[in-house]
Design a protein. Sequence first.
Length: 1102
Amino acid sequence: MKLKLSVVILLLSSSYVNAVVYSQQIKLSVTNGNLKEILASISKQSGYHILYLQKDVINKNLISVHLTNVSLPEALKKTLENTGLHYVMRGKQILIEKEKQNLIVTQGILEQQKQISGTVTGTDGKPIAGATIQNLQGGLTSTDEQGNFSLKAKEGDQLLIRFMSYQDQQIVVSALLKYQIKLTPKVDQLEEVVVVGYGTAKKSNLTGAVTTVDLKRQENAPLSNASQLLQGVQGVYVNQPGGQPGRDEATVRVRGQGTLNNNNPLVLVNGIEYSMDNVNPADIASITVLKDAASSAIYGARAANGVILITTKSGVAGKFEVKYDNYFGYQEANYLPDFVKDPIEFMKLRNQAQRNEGKAQVDYSDALIEEYAKGMKEDPIVYPNNDWFKIIFGKGAIQNHHVSFSGGTDKLTHSLSLNYLKQDGAVMGTSANRYGVNYNTQAQITNRLKVGGIINVSYKDLDEPTSSVANLMEMTFKAQAFHPTYLADGRYANTFIRTPGHNVYRNPLVLANEGQNNTRQQRALLNVFAEYKLPFDITYKINGAINKTDDRNSRFVPDVYVYQVKTNDAQRVPFDGASPSNRGLRKTSVGASTITLFQTLDWQKTFADDHQIKLLVGHSRESASDENFYAQNEGYLGNDLYELNAGSSNAQVGGTSFKSKLLSYFGRANYSYKEKYLFEANMRYDGSSRFAKGKQWGMFPSFSAGWRLKQESFMHDITWVNDLKLRASYGSLGNERIDLFRFVNLISLGQDYPFGSAIASGSAVLNYNDPNITWETTTMGNIGVDAQLFNNRLGFTGEIFKKRTTDILQMVTLPDQVGALGGPIQNVGTVDNTGIELGLNYQDKINGFGYQLSGSITYIKNKIVSLKGRTIYNGRTILKEGYPINSYYLIKADGIFQSEEEVKNSPFQTNNTKPGYLKYEDFNNDKFITENDRQIVGSNIPRLTYQFNINLSYKDLSLSSFFQGVGNVYTYAENIGAMPFWFGTSVPKKWVTDSWTPDNPNASLPILTTFEGSTTENFRSSSFWLRNAAYLRLKNLQLAYNLPKTWVDQVGISKLRVFVNAQNLLTISKMTDFDPEKNLNGSTFYEYPTVKTFTAGLNLTF
């Protein structure tokens, strides 16, 4: 009975399939047409995928077919008449192949061929029906419903396996007769699913300014920090000013700098706020950048500076997979000042500079110079010629290891990764070790219930100079060639030569090697969720997470002495800026935890096939607490015991703690008609404890729409356009990121006050705060266009936006009559960012040679619209209405004085002005050069950022490169490395050859002088020291090779890839004395240098 029933079902199924096939109505009217185009028309009308070899159809161009409402088989039969071809129908696949002919072949070839077979599946293990298997030496077949195939081939033949929506795969026929082939899904650019706020969306249906990061850079660059992945993202500026181990995170700006306060974007890892610095780049599955109000508004009060969504990797059902990646290499300083390093030349130049100032007495006598020149040949300890850059800066080894395990079933998946990164700094005394664990598991408990959990743990162990990196850098720059290293007995040495401006010698070796400054950072993020499918297409999801941080620093300041090379006199070395100032120990602990709970209800429904509605509502609650503690002790008997109870004097202890909360309600509504007309609305209602009652709540809505023109009937015949979409959006965002308790007056303890002859302890309010402060609000309008052209080979994205931030919080100065009371912060500012973004991507493959060219450019104009009439001066920069944030406010240099007559006939500068000195512009025309002649001459906020990639491949060999550029940006070159003899520093070499002298009147630099007393006129704040910090940098270059599969299969390996890589290899810039990618907000050059990195490594998959 069961057999009869099976036969009946089979017959009914076959009848139904045939009925569907023969019910297809095909219309064709073609005269002398191309067979490929006719088959494409049949495929489009029927919905069937038609497969064929190019060589079988390429020359069949004079085909005439005229059909009206015929079945699919009839249409194929008529089309293929007299072509020597016939068709085979398998499921939704139609295979076009040559009709069988009597072929005459040699007996040798027949004997070499054999019948091979196999199964084609996806990564989930499910069979793929209709996949084509092409023998590139001749022959074609496809898989059946169970994914099985058979084909004649001989050893060495290459088989190409293809199926739509999957990546092509090539194998070489070996001695095996049966093959198991697994295809990897290919994400179509139009069907790509993108992570958005509290969910996902098809890329083709997005209406906001959303950019996904191309994670191929995980392979194309050995990265130490996840923020490096954002380099090259359209509309995102990434500035990585230094390469200090463990502290090399970059500054990230999304669409410019919109506030005078915190400009950092919101970073969410698996939906929870977390630092990118704590996520190993190899653990990241996707990164999405939300740039406009439409895409960001669902995050409300924290989204004004953009949102970065990071999703970590999870397990995939199917085969258990093990991956191991590593790289080894070294790092070295990219830019260092080019100083005069010869001690004799230094002393002579110093004397010359003093004579140029009119001084009769100089620092270094002829006798001393003669003595030193002779002594260098006889006693290098007393008369050294040291290159301190070579002593302190060097090659720092770097190595990284990452191993991951993943797999599972359709009911339970796991993913576990372990990471270790070791960096020895390019600067002596710096190093870091980082350990990371990421675990992700998900379980389908029932058809309705799904649960999961993610654990991310990282641990860093950092060693730094006892005082600071900046102090070590400064003292290294100030160390002259005549400063010694060690005495013959190994003690630290001191010079007998006086160095003006550097009277207390801080031997850089002491600063780098002595004492302790160790930081241990622990981060842990635990995220669990449950998802339940309710009736009526509603899905309920709840997430709970705890983010825990713990930073502990131990700093021991030792007693260390340097000894004069001639007299053996001892002098204690001060560790500037370190606490305690005497020999002692300070331990600091900074702990924080954030508990997040959010829940959502998601409903999706399609009506009448054309109307799709999505609704999401949610609630979020965050509670954060911080606790800081320090303890300090002095009076230690030695330099080797780093315990608090070993000290005997001046014990101190202190600490602070605080809490904050954020409560939110949010929602999103999407409507799509035929995936042609798209609409979206978002809303978030936030309440923050950072503001006073009555000012705590804010609402942040957004609206957006999209029009997919390609879906219109008038675009159907434009075959070279694959997709074309217009977008527009408008909305508002908030910024609540200010210090806590700025709305209440804080009472400071320990404010003593005299009553008669007695001193009484008391408390006082030192700062007046305003209880009426509220959110900074950012409104943004955006218009965009997305296009995919020429069979998706060319992609284009364009954006125009205007971003206005109002109610910017800024401190207000109180009148002097109030006394010493500090002013409050108030909502006083408005800033505009107006910009345009353009992005292009082109990729193709020709006869095994693949290439990809991509790039983007962003131009943003920043302007302060209002400060309520105020102007704020901050050293060399100014905040002024109508100008960019951080505009330089300087006296403008106007050349170099050439004669006494020119000095006399010019506006008065100082009594010391003479030929060779800088000449300044009298901006206010009062005949005197004063601070009143300052004018705005540039900004340290870049207007232009651009980047491009060039990726080439041939078979298993690939070459990838990434360039980044910045334009229309300036920085101020101050102090060490720019100004000669600055408090004991040396002289940049260019001052030797290109400073003004009567014989060199066309020099670009003024006359050589020292930075002392009344001779600092050339070094006053002026545009002369302003540097054009624009640059183009080759950020990454990598050559990689995938070993052939026939090789790795023999040793049980699935994939083996080897590579060599270089980072920051080439820089083009007018700023040659320092790295242009420095911290542009600073003016000194003491930061850890940017590093060049050279590595080699492998990617291994089992």
